[in-house]
Design a protein around this ligand. Sequence first.
Ligand code: CO
Length: 136
Amino acid sequence: MFKEIDHIGIAVEDIDATLEIYNEKFGMAVQYRETVESQGVEAVLLEVGGGHVELLRPLGPDTPVGKFIEKRGPGMHHVAYRVDDVQAELDKLKALGVELIDETPRIGIRNSTVAFVHPQSAGFVLTELVTPADDH
Ligand code: CO
């Protein structure tokens, strides 16, 4: 079951320039910053209520977020929903005919467990399922 919105992912070209807006002007605290080589991004998590804004800067043009920016420009990239068990959700959605990008979960930022649903099956919005690591 989708329990709540965990975060909104935003593709950016310059994290520090974007932090001037979200951190300094909007007042959202920076909770975490990490470079995830395996996903080709530098990511920053900002706090807003019980959820987050996730800024994603591609490490290069040939990464998924780099290709996204090249095709569509910077901006809204994905919506992530918190679930208890990513694999169980994937299995359920697959059985319902939902097109998945990941059939098995992978490790996301802050050691979360994540998987992506294809935009075609989600109102043309890239959709992430996420279970935070136990210590978060
Ligand atoms: Co995300």
